[in-house]
Design a protein around this ligand. Sequence first.
Ligand code: ATP
Length: 234
Amino acid sequence: MKMLEVQGLNVRYGAVKAVLDADLEVDDGELVVVVGANGAGKSSLLRAVAGLNKHRGRIGFAGADISARRAEQRVKRGLSLVPEGRHIFGRMTVLENLQVAAWGARVDLSAEIAGVFARFPRLEERKHQVAATLSGGEQQMLALSRALIRHPKLLMLDEPSMGLAPKIVAQMFEIIEEINAAGTSVLLIEQNARMALSIAHRGYLMETGALSGGGDARAMLEDERLHEAYFGKA
Ligand code: ATP
């Protein structure tokens, strides 16, 4: 089954065309990555799928056409976005952030919170601390936990490695891989192309609003044309 099916997606900001006729698919259980430079339109694409900006085109999700649905209806159907910059509530505690994330969802909150703390013991140690005082990595873990509490069918992550130390980035990617292996479909947007492709099944490349590729992630990792532009020198 196709979990996500995007056809002819367009996003524009006045005269700026941020996403141009993009087609993208995520199968049930797949981990798909979109790589591309800063400003290529990756965030605009994810935000459109989440219903957070104006867009044209068709968005199919878990068998239904959600193109005309509002953002909160998309969330209720099982689509979760962890936005760039994390967007946690800085003045609330870790625990309060988790409680708020579950509002309106049919979940057993105490069991879910126990699950979060089992996965991220650091968050349990800091459960009464206000979120703004957490480290960057801990804030990213909290943002991710907020999405996971709702048991999304598709988890969309916008630059989860942004601003994190290399060791924490590696941990973050391991966790994303684990979440996917446990059955959640994942759509990941990353500038850290090499690492993202190394955990993905398939990858797309985004360049000035246009999406291409959609093939095997390993093959993309070995594609000479991508090396210089996206993988750095390492
Ligand atoms: P980044 O990693 O920096 O977020 P990106 O690949 O996600 O880059 P977008 O943020 O989607 O790219 O931006 C795509 C283009 O649209 C850029 O040229 C950007 O300047 C422009 N843009 C994004 N948001 C807006 C906005 N709200 N108003 C006007 N232009 C915008």
